[in-house]
Design a binder for this molecule. Structure first.
Ligand code: GAR
Length: 188
């Protein structure tokens, strides 16, 4: 099984989707560790329920993004991680992390890239008035939300959507395509 390290900052519904797909035998992988940076994140509770070790690395404890990423790399290596999954990871990354896992870091983003990069992608889509948006799984490179696209799913924007209702519809698709992307990586 492919050894995964998952990085999350918040709710962890994508962590859950990956863990569930593994439990169902849909992905030939195992989650070695969850790294989270926000002490109030829900993701580590989900990890505990799944018997996955969770490590808190709080960016506020580090003097630079590079020092923070060094600690992340160290932790990922400690857990023998082969593929890194950013599942709602809300920190910018540096070459320290990217160069340590070349083409082995993937991210889920709540828009059809290259539209609506960065934070608040769902709000950006609503503000732009697009009628279709979605989500993207892509390889992580230095430029934010710009690496090679692996899988996308489209989602309609409905007339009375709020950021919350639209995000919820997008997340249903995220929970499909993130496990699919990992399954593809695990076959190689
Ligand atoms: C997801 O919708 C993901 O696409 C987004 O954060 C959410 C995390 O949800 N990521 C970004 O916006 C990255 N810039 P989750 O914690 O429930 O998995």
């Amino acid at each position: 099984p492919l050894k995964l390290g998952i990085m999350a900052s918040g709710n962890g519904s994508n962590f859950e989707a990956v863990a569930q797909a593994i439990a169902k035998g849909q992905i030939n992988a195992q989650i070695q560790v969850l790294i989270y940076n926000n002490p109030s994140a829900q993701a580590p509770i989900r990890a505990a329920n799944r018997g996955v070790e969770a490590v808190l690395l709080n960016h506020r404890d580090y003097n630079s993004r590079e020092a923070f990423d060094e600690k992340i790399v160290h932790t990922l290596r400690q857990y023998d991680v082969e593929l890194v999954i950013m599942a709602g990871w809300m920190r910018l990354v540096t070459p320290v992390l990217i160069d340590a896992f070349p083409d082995k870091i993937i991210n889920i983003h709540p828009s059809l890239l290259p539209s609506f990069k960065g934070v608040n992608a769902v709000e950006q889509a609503l503000a732009a008035g697009v009628k279709i948006t979605g989500c993207t799984v892509h390889l992580v490179c230095l430029e934010v939300d710009s690496g090679s696209i692996l899988i996308q799913a489209a989602v309609p924007v409905l007339p009375n959507d709020t950021p919350e209702t639209l995000h919820a519809r997008i997340q249903l698709q995220e929970h499909q395509i993130l496990p699919q992307a990992i399954a593809l990586a695990a076959q190689r």
